[in-house]
Design a binder for this molecule. Structure first.
Ligand SMILES: Cc1ncc(COP(=O)(O)O)c(C=O)c1O
Length: 384
């Protein structure tokens, strides 16, 4: 199929992607073509992207370090702010060391050049984020996927491939479903079968755990149980960029071998300074986390009262599954007409027939906004 046919096919299947141009974004609101919408599709879970302290911190840091990364980290792009950020991250996540990447996608792809050889089987949850899947698919090893959250299936595969080098990769909080990986059981299985366990907790860090260190803090899993923990600054930290944390040996191996670390421009030092400050705000973000947890509870109760199918997710990511892609787009458009921005998520981002609204709740939403969202979903579903 040529590109024109392929794009037309996407249009007729309801899978065509359109980018909305945001004029302006502030707190839980976005302005698009001069109209203001409540944004339920943001990953700024703690509202730090607009935080005054962080904005001032970044402006000062730009004055000192300029705007760019200037070169890759192994050339002259590794600055004092990067080193400070690594040290602060390691302390926050209770790991020996950490390494800063320019994005979460690149951090995950780094696994391909560091930990996967021809004799490696990479076992992954079927619903892992694309960047984990791509790490295995672009590597010289082989990808085998286990059913979502199914530790029996995982064990069967670990047993079957026990003669290979084994790597297990999973999202912590699943990006499109909001549920948690059964991480305690997975860690035990990895120990039993001598597999390296890598957890990407992009969506859990900042939101879960007493100090916001994520699912592993909540489940009390240390570095010996989960040797590599990945996260991104693009969600709860309100910035962009990412990190891998683990033993000093692993981090050294990434510095030496990770192609997506070595061959790309460093995160700007001004952003590294700002993300170091953001860690402090995340740790102290107890009130924001409390707000968010009570909003999640309120959303779920409101959905139940409205007789709407609430997903089992107990996190800030609440999928409302519609099934058909065109129907999901219709619902999203109906909400949009009423000034609510909730993007429809469709294949290939998620499996076929599970198209959905991915409702993303944040600490800066309020109950009135959530009520408005639920009422609008209800009105649309009553009119079907
Ligand atoms: C689980 C997970 N990992 C990695 C990423 C990619 O992170 P980044 O946006 O920093 O590239 C995402 C992005 O949504 C994600 O959901």
């Amino acid at each position: 199929m040529n590109l024109v046919d392929e794009i037309n096919q996407r249009k007729s299947d309801g899978l065509y992607r359109i980018r909305k141009v945001v004029d302006f974004s502030k707190g839980p609101f976005v302005t698009i073509e001069r109209e203001e919408y409540i944004n339920f599709s943001s990953n700024d879970y703690l509202g730090l992207a607009d935080n005054t302290i962080l904005k001032e911190c970044m402006i000062d840091a730009i004055e000192e370090y300029g705007i760019g990364g200037k070169s890759s980290q192994l050339v002259t792009g590794y600055s004092k702010p990067h080193r400070t950020l690594e040290e602060r991250l390691a302390k926050f996540l209770k790991r020996d060391a950490a390494l800063v990447f320019s994005s979460g996608y690149l951090a995950n792809l780094a696994i391909a050049s560091v930990l996967i050889n021809k004799n490696t089987i990479v076992l992954q949850d079927k619903l892992n984020h694309a960047s984990l899947i791509d790490a295995a698919q672009l590597s010289v090893g082989s990808l085998v996927r286990y059913s979502h959250g199914d530790t029996n299936h995982l064990e069967t595969l670990l047993e079957k491939y026990s003669k290979y080098n084994l790597v297990v990769m999973t999202d912590g909080v699943f990006s499109m479903d909001g549920d948690f990986a059964p991480i305690v059981e997975i860690a035990k299985l990895c120990k039993k079968y001598d597999a390296v366990l890598i957890v990407d907790d992009a969506h859990g860090i900042g939101v879960l755990g007493e100090t916001g260190a994520g699912l592993l803090e909540l489940k009390k899993l240390n570095q010996a149980e989960v040797p590599l923990l990945i996260g991104t600054f693009g969600k709860s930290f309100g910035g962009c960029g990412a990190f891998i944390s683990g033993s000093s040996l692993y981090i050294e191996a990434f510095v030496q071998k990770a192609r997506t670390y070595i061959y790309t421009t460093a995160m700007p030092p001004s952003l590294a300074v700002t993300m170091t400050k953001a860690i402090e705000l995340v740790i102290n973000g107890i009130e924001q986390r409390e707000n968010l947890y009570s909003l999640i509870k309120f959303y779920k109760e409101s959905m139940r009262h409205a007789n709407l199918r609430a997903h089992e997710s107990i996190s800030h990511i609440q999928p409302y599954i519609v099934g058909n892609a065109k129907k999901a787009v219709e619902l999203s458009e109906a909400l949009y007409r009423n000034k609510l921005l909730v993007i429809a998520i469709r294949p290939p981002t998620i499996p076929k027939n599970t198209s959905r609204l991915r409702v993303s709740l944040t600490a800066i939403h309020d109950k009135k906004q959530v009520t408005c969202l639920v009422q609008n979903i209800k009105n649309k579903s009553d009119n079907e």
